[in-house]
Design a protein around this ligand. Sequence first.
Ligand SMILES: NC(=O)C1=CN([C@@H]2O[C@H](COP(=O)(O)OP(=O)(O)OC[C@H]3O[C@@H](n4cnc5c(N)ncnc54)[C@H](OP(=O)(O)O)[C@@H]3O)[C@@H](O)[C@H]2O)C=CC1
Ligand SMILES: CC(=O)C(=O)O
Ligand SMILES: [Mg+2]
Length: 759
Amino acid sequence: MAKKTENSGPSVSAQEALEFHAMGRPGKLEVVATKPMATQRDLSLAYSPGVAVPVLAIAEDPSRAFDYTTRGNMVAVISNGTAILGLGNLGALASKPVMEGKAVLFKRFADVDSIDLEVDTEDADEFINCVRFLGPSFGGINLEDIKAPECFIIEQRLRELMDIPVFHDDQHGTAIISAAGLINALEVTGRDMKTTKMVCNGAGAAGIACIELMKAMGFAPENIILCDTKGVVFQGRTEGMNQWKSAHAVKTDTRSLAEALDGADVFLGLSAKGALTTKMVQSMAKNPIIFAMANPDPEITPEEVAEIRTDAIMATGRSDYPNQVNNVLGFPYIFRGALDVRATTINDDMKIAAARALAELARKDVPDDVAAAYQGNRPKFGPNYIIPVPFDPRLISAIPLAVAKAAMESGVARKPILDLDRYAQELSARRDPIASTLQRIYDRVRRQPKRIVFAEGEEEQVMRAAVSYVNQKLGTAILLGRDDVIKENARHAGIDLNKQGIEIINARLSRRNGIYTDFLYERMQRKGFLFRDCQRLINNDRNHFAACMVALGDADGIVTGVTRNYSTALDDIRRIIDAKPGHRVIGVSIVLARGKTVLVADTAVHDMPNAEQIADIAEEAAGFARRMGYEPRLAMLAYSTFGHPQGERSERVQEAVRILDKRRVDFEYDGEMAADVALNARAMAQYPFIRLTGPANVLIMPAFHSASISTKMLQELGGSTVIGPLLVGLNKPVQIVSLNAKDSDIVNMAAIAAYTAGT
Ligand SMILES: NC(=O)C1=CN([C@@H]2O[C@H](COP(=O)(O)OP(=O)(O)OC[C@H]3O[C@@H](n4cnc5c(N)ncnc54)[C@H](OP(=O)(O)O)[C@@H]3O)[C@@H](O)[C@H]2O)C=CC1
Ligand SMILES: CC(=O)C(=O)O
Ligand SMILES: [Mg+2]
């Protein structure tokens, strides 16, 4: 039975949603140049006079636009806001968050560049005229959240007028995903499409398109009853009708949704929150299939269904329940396939191919590297798993491939793909690696929730992080601080701390205060500390108190750092927590740049390591890379490469390589080498004897200053995301964030601390 479980995804509060959208640069998108714009020469090439050359080339041969402009990978998400999710007609401007959202999902899931355009008119002709002339800018048009019946007219007309795919996602995307889910739900319940009785509630964009596709796939027209706000769409009805509804009107005596559902096998909900009642569900056939797809709130919740029936297959449009039937599973991949063959349209063959590929994927065994995307539970084809989740990394190769093939076979591909195996590999390479790494971390922690101490509990961003940690079901968040101050600060910032999973501990008043003081004194008495010094530290210094909590098993990990600089926080912690036996404590930063993930070490602890220490850092970093799911290829970095240019400073690194040779470590490493040789396959090819099988994914820096400077520069200038430095090699999980860390950084670090607890 599909219901929200411990392992379901996170729910979010209204406040979190607003803060997410407001944080940093408002909104969810920015435009980034893909070419250098630094010198006079760059400007001469990018703009006048150089730009005239591609202009003339395109004027002569329009297909060259795919070579010289963004057109081939660019989709516009266009709406007038007349049917925003299930919220109704709230206007073009209010639809912008949804359209920006779709644009970033295009990028995130399928590496399609996308921009949102909100067109402020409800007049179909005006809308058509606005969009029709935009064709040269884009490789495809994703129409979104436009209400019926105008959406049918708009899409039809634009398809005729434009020579690129025009695809109203609420119609066809939804139809494709629900068809895939339905194919599998029928299989699980042993039903035959030809005899299955279905009721579709909602006769708008999504509802009409869904039943059209279902009929094309083999459902008998007389077995499908369509309903809207006026009840059943029956033959002869005059009220609230249009030609699209009329095409699906059936001969029936039923007049209400309740009557239509009596004995029905399938309910397809594409209407509004709460439209389906438990009484109606009760009257459905054995093993009913209920797809309550209204967003953000379904026609009925899985919990409501679970209360009255245990035999239903339940799906919703939401990510926080099993079986998410949502068009996000389709549009990024469908357009990816269409763009890659420069399709002129997205036709029925391509839609059906996408639906079949999606349905097939859910029936396949889930391999190990994919299981992580399923919140830790390896799903098995059945009532709670009829459709893959949007994070399934196999989608990017399976769906576009099927769509591209169908486009070629049906003759709408302007640029057929000759080597499909190679295409499948290229598709996999478009996956954003960190997203799956972080996803894996979060999923594992969700399965094995942990108690994390948020040492600076009085700080606003720390409280927000703690709430998010708990909301995401990662475990218990312990806020250290004065109870009254925390509560007052939370009230002031509008943060609700009254939820299960958040604990507040005041060090001074804690029952454990004496035990922690004894513990600290035991460790520090021969290092110049009096008992009363230790008492003061436990009372007043939250890092000391937090470290004792973790050292003595009262919590699993610590996150700190927003009020104190990194090295001070680390010194505090090291008074209480040692290195793991046989390990060296180092800092590793995860750098995410242009689809690549690279680990850099040591970015936190050793100032000027000697050769032996560099070798230790390499071993520690390689172990960490493996724990993060990467097979390490280490480059031991210097300014020189294999002895050139010669210089004293590279000798430590050369010596470290020889030490690793002697230690016979079980990972790939080589050096000394410069960063470009480590990361660039072409530069690496100059050294055919190199022992790395590909560009390095772990960079071992020769000293702290080069490590720290290069990662910070990448973050500030290179547009890279840098996570860390993460502390590695301590006996207990402790993570220190930077002084200006945001709540999202703190949650990531808390999740990483939780992930490494017990490993
Ligand atoms: N899960 C997914 O991937 C997707 C879900 N959806 C959801 O489907 C719903 C409809 O979207 P869309 O088709 O774009 O919108 P439209 O405005 O085009 O159509 C809405 C339809 O729903 C009907 N309706 C509204 N409220 C009720 C009700 N209480 N009982 C019966 N019928 C009702 C309307 O009836 P009438 O014609 O009488 O006005 C109309 O036929 C939304 O909730 C949306 O979030 C849409 C696309 C994708
Ligand atoms: C998912 C979607 O497109 C909708 O609810 O409108
Ligand atoms: Mg929509």
